[in-house]
Ligand binder design. Structure first.
Ligand SMILES: [Zn+2]
Length: 148
């Protein structure tokens, strides 16, 4: 399992638009995870971002569903792991279990997404590695705040 190590290149996630054939795979994986097809919107424009639209109660899946060039856990997480993470955001929103937006909420969302029984072990590892990276971020932010 990959763990976040300081000094890894923190890249970005993909910018290129989601290919049409992948959009079908995204819908199929969403369905397999138990997501409601009516609450998934795929944005095939370049540079689009995954996000929860709280007003509409839907997840927008954008170009950054795909990994980028970085070697840190967040940049390299593959799309099946990222989609499980997004579905969990939606479920946390539905149940009112969200923390304020930030690394702690992201880490908890990752860890809860690990519990989907449909996930292969490699996807679970990617979510756990991302959670660990986010927890380090959270702790570093707390340390910064204590200094101020
Ligand atoms: Zn997230």
């Amino acid at each position: 399992m990959r763990v976040p190590i300081r000094g890894l290149f923190p890249g970005k996630r993909a910018y290129e638009p989601i290919p049409e054939e992948q959009a079908e795979k995204i819908k199929a994986w969403w369905h397999e995870l138990g997501g409601d097809p009516e609450r998934l919107v795929i944005d095939c424009s370049s540079g689009s971002r995954c996000r929860l639209d709280e007003a509409e109660g839907v997840i927008y899946v954008g170009a950054d569903i795909n990994p980028g060039e970085g070697t840190d856990p967040n940049s390299s997480m593959r799309w099946r792991a990222a989609l499980a993470h997004e579905l969990r955001h939606l479920q946390r929103f539905d149940t009112g279990c969200q923390e304020e937006p930030g690394p702690l909420d992201e880490a908890l969302t990752d860890l809860e997404a690990c519990a989907y029984p449909q996930l292969p072990p490699a996807i679970r590892d990617e979510l756990a590695a991302d959670a660990l990276q986010r927890l380090y971020q959270y702790i570093n932010e707390m340390k910064q705040r204590e200094k101020e």
